[in-house]
Design a protein around this ligand. Sequence first.
Ligand SMILES: N=CN[C@@H](CCC(=O)O)C(=O)O
Ligand SMILES: [Zn+2]
Length: 412
Amino acid sequence: MKALYINIQDLVQVRKKPIEKLSGREMKELPTIQNAWLLTENGTITDFGHMDDLPKFSNIKDINLEGKIVLPAWCDSHTHIVYAGNREQEFVDRINGLTYEEVANRGGGILNSARTLQETTEEELYRQSSARLEEVIKLGTGAIEIKSGYGLTKEAELKMLRVIKKLKENYEIPIKATFLGAHALPNEYKEKREEYIDFVIKEILPDVANQKLADYIDIFCEKGYFTIKDTNKLLQAGKRYGLTPKIHVNQFNAIGGVKAGVEHDALSVDHLEVMREEDIEVLKGTSTMPVALPGCSLFLGIPYTPARQILDAGLPLALATDYNPGSAPSGNMNLVVSLACIKMKMTPEEAINAATINAAFAMGLSKTHGSITKGKAANFIITKKIPSYSHLPYSFGNNEIEAVYINGKKFN
Ligand SMILES: N=CN[C@@H](CCC(=O)O)C(=O)O
Ligand SMILES: [Zn+2]
């Protein structure tokens, strides 16, 4: 099926030559065609250009997008959308003065979500998760990564990963699955952290790999969670099973997790709210993508990833939601892009690059998604009538999206 979109006010993130990712100063440029047309065919972008150069196409119905902007759908490279229930009570407890750490130490936090998930049937978990997935696609997300990590038993981790697999089968957007068995220490393993890592490696990982349930492996490398030694051991084991690392590091403390990630050729290192000079240095000249999660900073009231320091050091940066019940209960990439501009001082160009092409890279999809390029998937956003692409982050909290197309088809 062919579709021709005409009179597009701005066709944004047009990359004639395919690119993998953008770093440092390159992120300041966001190539845009004003007054453009776009042709899609069988789910793929086949051509585009300026309206002055519109060829004569026969037998194609055109769609007039005057006053509207078209940009690639957001790529959300870090989420935990497969979870059960919610954690509103912890939210209220934090408003009343407890810290995230204190909530966790009282048996709340990740262990709270794990208890709920263990008691939830696979069908119900799928139902709750697919509703979240549909909600974020409507907000413009056209590719997503989803982690396990609220199971923390073999049975429950595999249940989470099967739910992700079923989402992959039932939805057209690309979904990458990440095994995060080392998300927190279950109570049965209190004081036996190393035994838990061995359990994850020997008892869960082989099944995850044999049943082809994950693309990536993750660990929460943080004080009170898992150490550098645990990280090295787990990532090494994951790689033996063909799982590339994408890890949680430097959220509350810098303990050397960025270096560990780089040493294991991690595809991405995520969070980075607390960055030392040496953490920035160690990323230089590597292919590891730093990923910032400003929704988490907003919700927990913790520092924002120092984007300016990272970009001014010539590094790339991607943005993601971290959608999860405890630290970021929102999967709205539009808000993430706004926060990046407002709180991290990224320009709209940098933020949109970070949420499209760089985010696609952070989930191994930059060859097929993240830009308007011939041959890439026709996953794109059509905005309402807005004055410019900067209006998207400017108009924070408002929904400026009129329609979302996945593989050339309008979603819902
Ligand atoms: N930091 C670790 N994991 C999640 C939050 C987990 C939770 O509180 O449920 C995150 O990325 O923020
Ligand atoms: Zn996370």
